[in-house]
Design a protein around this ligand. Sequence first.
Ligand SMILES: C[S@@+](CC[C@H](N)C(=O)[O-])C[C@H]1O[C@@H](n2cnc3c(N)ncnc32)[C@H](O)[C@@H]1O
Length: 254
Amino acid sequence: MSLYDRILGHPFVYHHIRPLVVGIDYTPQYEALDAGPDARILDIGCGGGDALRYLARFASYHGFDTDDVAISFARQRPESGRPNVHFATALVSSTDFEVIRPTHVMMNGLLHHLDDESAVELLKMCAATDSVQRVVTNDTVYLPGELLNNIMARLDRGRFVRDIEGYRDLVSRAGMSIAREETVRSHPRRGIARYWVMVLTRCRRSAAHRRFRLGRCATRLRDPWRPAIPGDFGRRAQSHRRHAARGSCRAGSW
Ligand SMILES: C[S@@+](CC[C@H](N)C(=O)[O-])C[C@H]1O[C@@H](n2cnc3c(N)ncnc32)[C@H](O)[C@@H]1O
């Protein structure tokens, strides 16, 4: 690991300095995860366990990260004393998926650290696990015309920051569906960076439906902090129910 990565990844810099510079609030990402009291949450690339600040309810939480320093930090935070919270310094494997049987998978800030092959492999594990109802990804992204954002993205520790199509391509190669996608400011008022958030489901919709939905989303790169328009969400839910009724995916999966 380079000195640059070590400094930026140090828990003090990550949790105290970075929020002052970039402005960080992951509330929309965790709202998108929509974890209820029965959720078994698998947090891949959990870092210092920040997720526990946002997750009010779950049956169990399992954080995995390859960085031992981050996991040690996570284990020391007071929230790690909540019931059924587990941390592991490890690459997550298909055996972990079989044992944990996650219902909700969080990849907050992970995909831009992974090359295409590793990212697709991980998403395929989600696709192959029938307990998984929802996967949320959140990543630094290159956006056309967003100079400041793109400079921040270039300075990111992640070596695989992509543009929007690059992230969509990973999902498509893993055989998952994008139920919702949008850019989100790193903080509603102070955020100078933009993140690309995708809500993924295991069901594969028809190509026609995907073209219809992606076409709409591509023209909807709107002010990201704005909450989903209720009517719009309602229409998406209706469309989803129509597909569920036709048997192309499970009802209520997002
Ligand atoms: C940008 S940080 C995000 C941390 C945390 N999710 C958060 O929201 O604060 C990315 C994390 O992914 C971890 N990571 C990178 N590659 C990984 C892999 N293959 N498996 C698990 N974690 C990984 C890094 O060690 C780092 O802690």
